[in-house]
Design a protein around this ligand. Structure first.
Ligand code: GLR
Ligand code: MG
Length: 435
């Protein structure tokens, strides 16, 4: 390829398409998933006609950042992903003029202005890498330095859930049925194993009193001997409860995920148990690393390329974890195939990936790509086609965007509390720790 034949990778156009995607009634400590959840699909189009795609959170606060960011990208090169961070810093976050803390809590850790920006940057970075890979005929993993494995292992993400969303609420149906006790959780795990071949199971906890969730883990251990298990109550427990559960599940869990909220509480739990602790809550930004790692508060870091700022930042995070002797795996939030492909590419390039990664993907019956990614033995084969190796399905994208347009605004923000209040008008956001 000479300079004359090199494709013109100047960004000519950026398309942002907010969508609403069907989501089952999955329970967590804050409430229940809404019947439809917002995501944002990003497309960058280069002067030579190549299009790259990315995906991130679609709530209004992300859209408000993505729009001015998209304008600033026009005329830049898709190769210039380093510049994305400085560009993002130019954009103010509403309610946080100084770029400081917006609020704390939720299920994904602190929400700083910087983290919001990084969550937006990640979709553009992935779209740029996809476009670059397509233009060069190279898979994204090659652009990241090359894969060290041909498949990436994922874990079944078990949720307590209702059979359907509340009566009268517009929603898609599925055939999973309810899971509200140990037998239901085991049945759900069995379905996951049959359909996708998953070899390890994570249970989303913090929904029922700890004893009931301990019983569910015991039932899983009995039904699936030798299969790695995890429990994640999203910080719903006190230090004392966390230590009690750690004792009771000693030898049954590969790790306990965010039993208590915040680095101080996690460090206290870690000091009192030999059970490895994982997090996607107390360490979700680079500034939080030093305190947590030096105090031994976490033994497994669950990265998430969305809020860590993309695929290359994920690799930098992996290097930091390696340096501190902290194991690495991946967190997931409701996502579609574009993000699953991005996760798979970056995961394939990280030498020390210690546990099967989380994914919500099997819960998503809808997608915006022409061919869904498939799990064989709980694993996804790392795509070798150019870019991410996925193709946007424009009809599906348009249909899910039409749903977003038709919504009166209630579903455009993920709000698990509000969704729970539809079923239980007396529901109030639980004060954490709950138990
Ligand atoms: O590992 C986690 O904490 C998550 O996956 C956070 C998510 O928001 C999960 O709790 C959910 O989807 O309800
Ligand atoms: Mg978690």
């Amino acid at each position: 390829m000479t300079a004359a034949t090199r494709p013109d990778l100047t960004i000519d156009e950026v398309r942002l398409t907010p969508i609403l995607v069907a989501d089952p009634p999955l329970l967590n400590t804050q409430g229940v998933h809404q019947p439809y959840t917002p995501r944002l699909i990003v497309e960058v189009v280069t002067a030579d006609g190549t299009t790259g795609v990315g995906e991130t959170y679609g709530d209004t606060k992300y859209l408000d950042l993505a729009r001015p960011f998209a304008e600033r990208l026009i005329g830049r090169q898709v190769t210039d992903t380093t510049a994305l961070f400085a560009l993002a810093d130019e954009i103010g976050v509403a309610g946080s003029p100084g770029g400081d803390r917006l609020d704390v809590g939720g299920l994904r850790g602190v929400q700083t202005a910087d983290k919001l920006r990084l969550s937006v940057v990640s979709a553009f970075e992935v779209a740029c890498l996809d476009a670059l890979g397509r233009a060069l005929g190279l898979p994204v993993h090659a652009l990241l330095g090359g894969k060290v494995r041909d498949e990436v292992e994922y874990s079944a993400y078990l949720f307590y859930r209702w059979a359907g969303h509340p009566e009268g609420v517009a929603a898609e149906q599925d055939d999973w049925g309810a899971a509200l006790d140990p037998a239901g959780v085991v049945a759900q795990a069995r379905t996951f194993k049959e359909r996708y071949g998953f070899g390890s199971f994570k249970l989303k906890g913090g929904v029922f009193p700890p004893d009931e969730e301990v019983a569910a883990i015991r039932a899983l251990a009995e039904a699936f001997p030798g299969h790695p298990l995890r429990l994640d109550p999203n910080g719903a427990w006190t230090v004392e409860t966390s230590l009690k559960v750690a004792r009771e599940l000693d030898g049954l869990l590969e790790y306990l995920e965010d039993p208590a909220l915040g680095t101080d509480a996690m460090a206290e739990v870690a000091a009192g148990t030999g059970m490895p602790l994982a997090t996607n809550m107390c360490v979700t930004t680079f500034p939080e690393i030093e305190k947590a790692f030096t105090r031994g508060a976490v033994q497994v870091l669950l990265s998430d390329h969305h809020y860590w700022g993309g695929l290359r930042n994920t690799r930098e995070l992996a290097a930091v974890c390696r340096t501190f002797g902290v194991a690495l795996s991946m967190h997931s939030n409701t996502h579609l195939g574009i993000s699953l492909a991005a996760m798979t590419h970056v995961a394939s390039t990280v030498p020390d990936l210690h546990h099967a990664c989380d994914t919500h993907y099997p819960w998503q019956s809808e997608d915006v790509i022409t061919e869904r990614l498939t799990f064989e033995g709980g694993r996804i084969a790392v795509p070798d086609a150019p870019g991410l190796g996925v193709t946007l399905d424009r009809d599906r994208l348009a249909a899910l965007h039409a749903r977003w347009l038709a919504d009166d605004g209630t579903l455009r923000e993920r709000d698990d509390d509000a969704a729970m209040r539809v079923a239980d008008p007396d529901w109030v956001t639980p004060v954490v720790p709950r138990w």
